[in-house]
Unconditional design. Structure first.
Length: 539
């Protein structure tokens, strides 16, 4: 069979093709011990839901086997094996298992909830330097090494089964067809042969005998992924190693040898060679000018992560949830959390009017000013008044949009000030619709004589506050009519999702809202970092 025909085959031909008409998915209230918040994704053989871990109240991905496959022993067996393999693996670059079991709807697997995009999307959307590409390759290889140490062959390693988090970390997922080398048939078994895996990333031996694979088969797949990362695009099975840097070409040539015995036998050796090349002087010699510029941009993006914490703080008496997006380019947005000297807690979200790298520098400088001022005063009005004066007098003068929230459990109150744009919503335990807290002031850096006003409001046990930066979507003067309409829709969708999630825990609430926004209003938030922060007073 010609390769071009082989690549078009179904990866599981033993299954009867199903109708392409999408089926409505009923969202259950619970699956096992997990409370379900929303639908995440509907796949070919399974459905993913967003749930909540009962012990920690963390968001969780619940994978449910579609009912139509419950009578298929082969699919059920692979579903159960997937849970077993994930449970066996414990590595920062591999998705974590939280639980598995049966429920009235069939079988489920509860896994770590990961916010990110597939490596395939990442390659297509993000210019990568040679150094960054090699760092990702090594992270994937370490995950593969961990699996191989436990006798597991992934068998379907490809960019679609690798997620890139907003921090840049990677997670290997989807062990539905992974195989323990000790399983019967792992070294070859008679009978009907199936194409198991994705043809473009398969090693020659996996194509010829899909059940008879070994560790070098995964290394071959990793070699294809490495080629695509460095090339900067998906290969579609067309490999031309002459396009690779000289030092890397030798490594990939060995990884992609058609004969198993000529290939890397152990992924540790592959990691050693890639690491040696990464830390050699040759890598700088083999970088082009465009690659060096990309590397500078990547360093700025790493620095930008400091301005936007990924995880919410652990505060006594206050449950905090955080969901945020990081765009591919450097921007001047940030959010921050800090504890004040009187036992209060501060939350801040800001954005410079200047975009790109210049805005990042301005915002970083403002962040330093704000952190220093927070030690001097716990009064929002006083802080922004001083900050406004500093920005206006600073040679780097720019306009800063700022929302500043202080929660004071001991005083049963919160204080809030909004300069430019921002949204704060408040609701007590029995409320069905949140109340919008309005406070409008000029953005900082415009008027040296402005008289700012802030708000003081009761905040009792059980009360929830939701702060978001979506109002800024409406204030961008450079957006087109199309993106302006998308921004209005995003703000409306946010309020609708907020109204429907008032009874969820803060982290589950913000994850649910953010998922809906990314699904239905991706255009509005694709070119701008945004965040949602939820705070619930527990005591």
């Amino acid at each position: 069979m010609a390769d071009k025909d082989f690549n078009k085959q179904s990866t599981l031909p033993a299954l009867t093709p199903q109708s392409k008409v999408p089926e409505a998915v009923e969202i259950p209230a619970t699956i096992g011990p997990y409370k379900i918040a929303s639908l995440l994704e509907k796949g070919g053989m399974s459905v993913l839901f967003l749930g909540m871990r009962p012990e920690t109240r963390e968001p969780t991905t619940i994978k449910v086997l579609s009912k139509k496959y419950l009578s298929n022993p082969e699919v059920v067996d692979r579903f159960l094996k997937e849970a077993g393999i994930i449970a066996m693996a414990d590595h920062p670059n591999i998705v974590k298992l939280y639980g598995q079991g049966e429920w009235e709807g069939g079988l489920y697997i509860a896994m770590e909830f990961i916010q990110g995009i597939s490596l395939r999307q990442y390659i297509m959307q993000t210019p990568l330097s040679l150094r960054r590409s090699l760092e990702i390759i090594i992270d994937i290889a370490y995950a593969l090494c961990h699996l191989h140490m436990h006798g597991v062959i992934h068998r379907d390693l490809k960019p679609d089964n690798i997620l890139v988090l907003e921090s840049g970390a990677i997670k290997v997922i989807d062990f539905g067809i992974a195989q323990l080398l000790t399983e019967e048939g792992a070294k070859g078994s008679p009978g009907r042969q199936m194409v198991i895996g994705t043809p473009v990333y398969m090693s020659p031996e996996q194509r010829e005998n899909p059940e008879a694979v070994s560790y070098p088969s995964d290394i071959y797949s990793l070699g294809i992924i490495a080629y695509e990362l460095v090339l900067g695009k998906i290969s579609h099975g067309q490999i031309h190693l002459g396009l690779m840097p000289k030092g890397l070409k030798k490594i990939l040539t060995k990884a992609l040898q058609p004969e198993i015995e000529d290939r890397y036998q152990d992924v540790v050796d592959f990691i050693a060679d890639i690491s040696t090349y990464l830390n050699s002087a040759n890598i700088k010699k083999e970088q082009n000018i465009g690659d060096q510029i990309t590397e500078i941009s990547e360093n700025l993006k790493r620095a930008q992560l400091i301005l936007a914490p990924e995880k919410p703080p652990q505060w006594e008496g206050v449950d905090v949830g955080l969901a945020s997006s990081k765009i591919m380019t450097v921007s001047g947005t940030y959010h921050d959390f800090f504890e004040l000297s009187d036992g209060s807690y501060g939350v801040i979200a800001g954005e410079s009017s200047t975009k790109e790298a210049e805005g990042f520098v301005y915002t970083a400088a403002s962040r330093g000013m704000i952190r220093a001022l927070c030690r001097l005063t716990n009064k929002p009005k006083e802080l922004v008044t001083i900050l406004n004066d500093l920005i206006i007098k600073d040679p780097m003068r720019h306009i800063l949009i700022l929302s500043y929230l202080i929660v004071q459990p001991k005083e049963n109150q919160f204080k809030y000030i909004c300069c430019g744009s921002g949204n704060l919503w408040y609701y007590p335990p029995k409320a069905t619709v949140p109340e919008k807290i309005d406070n409008k002031n000029l953005a900082l850096g415009i008027d040296p004589f402005v008289d700012f006003t802030d708000i003081t409001h009761p905040w009792n046990p059980g009360d929830t506050l939701v702060l978001n930066t979506f109002a800024g979507l409406l204030s961008n003067p450079e957006q087109t009519n199309e993106t302006a309409a998308a921004a209005v829709a995003a703000v409306d969708l946010f309020q609708e999702a907020l109204n429907e999630s008032v009874n969820l825990t803060p982290q589950l609430q913000v994850d649910t809202i953010f998922k809906r926004l990314k699904t239905y209003s991706s255009k509005a938030i694709s070119d701008r970092s945004v965040c949602i922060i939820s705070l619930r007073r527990n005591s």
